[in-house]
Design a protein around this ligand. Structure first.
Ligand SMILES: [Fe+2]
Length: 408
């Protein structure tokens, strides 16, 4: 009696978890699409409504013991559809969900990641106040444990295949997802940029979602104008930029010295070696970059807003791809990891380094987001140090890992 009650309770709980997981996967997929913003907003509301509707419907249609009325036979009518959805929820809850979580926890950094260290700086502590700024989400900054002002200054040393020897030690400051919209305040971003100036990089790479309101284009110059670099600074825009006068954002970036790539490539000379730099703002800006006239030999660096362009990068011989967009999920549950990642791969490329030859990809957690909320997922700026060291074993764990991030 007790055993059947326990099994019924477990199946009911599994159906609810599976229902929530399927909704998360579909919402992540929808948000990877270049669909109109109002449509995406309505889909988000629909998902929020469907989340509690699922358990209520399970109870009303199936009762506590969901197996009692379970039938997949076509003659069962609507019950067969209901049963099929229940089965999908159980497969997710008891199969896919734990399996994917286990695999994520077992995966190790690629051998290309030679060194990974981070220093966390509490920007609120340095300023002497919480730079919450303005806007409706301002109170969220004050929630207990919110890490929105605790920025990780990460340094990742990468062994990059095909990197010319002359570039050994080349540095790239990777910035992404500032989401300038009033919250956090401008002083937060200026403090971060001032700290980035301590060590001048060779390149600055900005991978989109710079401006996220109609009013904050004017922050671009006073914030990003504080940066310095030795060779060049490049930028692409993201989905949020596409919603708020992207031409204006591009002009402001150019004013502070950024070369705004859009969906184009260009070749420059670095220490006597040719470098092809490709911008990929798709799928929000079309068409995708055309590399048909691009010389095949030079090293190819691609700035892409979303990591979803990794398959494109692999097809087009990209050596190193830098991306943002997914913010590491912003909230990461211990052992489980990220939940909401607006990617067609869901949380697969949520942050970190991924080596899928011929492309080595770095995905940054970014500096901010539409909502100023960060738990177990601090904002990040990354200094990449490129090394021309051949990889011996592509599956070996990282050789040196310092101050490992407590992220799952
Ligand atoms: Fe973003």
């Amino acid at each position: 009696m007790l055993g059947s009650f326990f099994i019924a309770a477990l199946l009911f709980l599994g159906a609810c978890i599976g229902h929530g997981a399927w909704l998360t996967v579909t919402l992540n997929w929808f948000y990877s699409k270049p669909w109109p913003r109002p449509l995406l907003h309505n889909l988000k509301i629909l998902h929020a409504v469907l989340l509690p509707v699922g358990p209520i419907a399970f109870w009303l249609l199936g009762g506590f013991d969901l197996t009692a009325n379970w039938s997949m036979h076509p003659s069962a009518g609507w019950r067969s559809l209901f049963s099929a959805y229940l089965l999908a929820c159980w497969i997710m809850a008891f199969g896919l969900f734990p399996l994917m979580t286990l695999l994520r926890n077992l995966r190790h950094a690629p051998s290309a990641l030679l060194r990974d260290r981070a220093e966390t700086v509490d920007i609120a502590e340095r300023l002497g106040f919480k730079p919450a700024g303005t806007g409706k989400y301002r109170p969220v900054c004050h929630w207990p444990g919110n890490e929105v002002f605790q920025v990780d200054f990460s340094e990742r040393t990468l062994a990059v295949p095909r990197l010319p020897l002359a570039w050994d030690g080349l540095t790239i400051l990777h910035l992404t997802d500032l989401h300038l919209r009033g919250c956090p305040d401008r002083k937060f971003f200026q403090q971060v940029m001032d700290l980035c100036r301590d060590e001048e990089p060779d390149f600055v790479a900005l991978t989109g979602d710079v401006v996220d309101s109609k009013k904050h284009h004017r922050w671009v110059v006073p914030v990003l104008g504080r940066l310095r670099w030795r060779v060049a600074a490049y930028a692409v825009l993201g989905n949020h930029d596409s919603w708020f006068e992207p031409k204006l954002t591009r002009r402001r970036l150019q004013r502070v010295g950024f070369r705004v790539l859009e969906n184009r490539w260009e070749q420059i000379d670095v220490r006597g070696e040719p470098l092809v730099i490709v911008g990929h703002e798709g799928p929000w800006f079309q068409p995708a970059p055309d590399l048909s006239n691009c010389p095949p030999e030079p090293f190819r660096l691609c700035l892409s807003h979303t990591p979803d362009n990794l398959p494109w990068g692999r097809q087009h011989g990209i050596d190193l791809m830098l991306a943002g967009h997914v913010h590491g999920g912003q909230v990461r549950i211990p052992l489980f990891g990220s939940v909401f990642c607006p990617s067609r791969f869901s949380r697969r490329y949520d942050c970190g380094t991924f080596h899928e030859p011929p492309t080595l990809m770095h995905v940054s957690r970014g500096l901010s987001g539409q909502q100023p909320i960060r738990y177990n997922c601090r904002p990040e700026v990354t200094r990449l140090v490129l090394r021309a060291i051949p990889l011996v074993n592509a599956d070996a764990p990282a050789r040196v890992k310092e101050q490992a991030m407590p992220l799952h």
